[in-house]
Design a protein around this ligand. Structure first.
Ligand code: APR
Ligand code: ZN
Length: 366
């Protein structure tokens, strides 16, 4: 079939919205009519060439839609189901999956932007086109592995469902599943965009005491207060480490999160973490970035520094739980998605993100 999609042909150039060909779903695969796709910074990293993907590629990894058709042997979902798309469809058989870390599935990582069998369903004539995260939801239709389709029992608006595909599990999961924030503890979040706001929501769900939002834009900081932040630190005004220490009686925060993606902000998050605290790095820094950490301080102050991919979440278990949290009013996703675009406006949507517009944008499909 033909489908309209946003294709990245070359780093540093805008996405090209055009018709491409999409093959039928093979065994274990599903054809999904996309309902909405989120505007996440991870796609931007690829557009800038700060992260690499085989090109050309259809981007978009934060999505939700409706199952249109299933390939042979699919039992996990059926036509008509509303599904959240996972950009780490786990194989369930590799070492990582067996160790309970389906968010870093080895088979998925090895096959990258191709289906689990290593081939593409997207092409333009004889030119194959890669699928970002095996999702490629900046398109009207997508073929995805069945384990990457997570059905939602009670339908929710598509733009909110899309958020549960990336920024919600990534952010809320970092706080709840990776750092395991304790009630009453102090949290600092460096970078309060779509993902950072979800870390803040996660910290609030964990009943953290002080939740300190750190950003370089005043608008983002004020917006973060709506989601549970109790204090604002503008890193553009004055050293954010000093400011966080002032708010925490000179100690630093129990849990700090890096949610922008740079060596500098990793260092900032590390330095504002207190003795015996935990630093969780969520943002993806440009390829080759190395953060300078004080090696002596790490040991003497017994800090924990860890990376967290996709919120250390198990998509098939945790995404339905996050939908329940939204339905019960505990995850204010209605306040998070503030801008809507058509697929044709995808480059404009990323320009808005670069300008520092608050909250999350989403492409909605008819
Ligand atoms: N200090 C603090 N905040 C900063 C700094 C800095 N030096 N530089 C940028 N920021 C803020 C931006 O102002 C913005 O509010 O970081 C925020 C990043 O938010 P978004 O651009 O919305 O990015 P988001 O989609 O949330 O992704 C954040 O998580 O999953 C990863 O790949 C993703 O690396 C990206 C990160
Ligand atoms: Zn994302």
């Amino acid at each position: 079939m033909k489908t309209k999609a946003a294709v990245l042909y070359k780093y540093g150039q805008p996405l090209v919205v055009e018709e491409v060909e999409l093959d039928e779903p093979k065994a274990g695969e599903v054809l999904v009519k996309i309902g909405a796709a989120g505007i996440c910074r991870s796609d931007r990293h690829f557009m800038h060439g700060h992260a690499h993907i085989r090109l050309p590629a259809v981007l978009g990894h934060e999505g939700a839609g409706t199952v249109e058709k299933v390939g042979p042997g699919v039992t996990l979902c059926k036509p008509g189901d509303q599904v959240v798309l996972s950009f780490v469809p786990a194989c369930g058989r590799c070492q990582s999956c067996l160790e309970g870390r389906s968010n870093i599935c080895d088979t998925h990582m090895a096959t990258g932007p191709n289906m689990m069998d290593g081939t593409c369903r997207l092409h333009k004539g004889s030119q194959y086109i890669n699928h970002m995260g095996k999702v490629a939801c900046f398109a009207e239709y997508a073929v995805v592995p069945d384990t990457g389709c997570v059905p939602i029992k009670t339908p929710i608006p598509m733009d909110k469902a899309a958020m549960i595909g990336c920024c919600v599990p990534t952010g809320v999961g970092a706080a709840l599943f990776s750092a395991k924030v304790r009630a009453g503890s102090t949290v600092a979040v460096v970078g309060c965009g779509g993902v950072g706001l979800n870390v803040i929501m996660g910290a609030k769900l964990a009943n953290a005491g002080k939740i300190i939002a750190v950003d370089i834009l005043e608008g983002q900081l004020e917006f973060a207060m709506k989601f549970g932040a109790t204090h604002m630190v503008n890193a553009a005004d004055r050293d954010p480490v000093e400011q966080v220490k002032e708010i925490t009686g000179g100690q630093g925060a129990d849990y700090t999160f890096e949610v922008f993606g740079s060596a500098e902000t990793v260092k900032t998050a590390y330095e504002m973490c207190r003795k015996s605290g935990t630093v969780t790095v969520v943002g993806i820094a440009p390829i080759g970035a190395e953060a300078g950490i004080n090696a002596v301080d790490l040991v003497r102050n017994e800090k924990t520094l860890r990376g967290c991919y996709y919120g250390s979440a198990h998509s098939r278990v945790d995404m339905p739980m996050l939908v329940e949290l939204y339905l019960s009013g505990k995850l204010p996703l209605d306040d998070l998605v503030v801008r809507h675009y058509s697929l044709d406006q995808v480059n404009e949507a990323y320009d808005d993100m670069d300008r520092g517009e608050v909250g999350r944008g989403a492409i909605v499909f008819q």
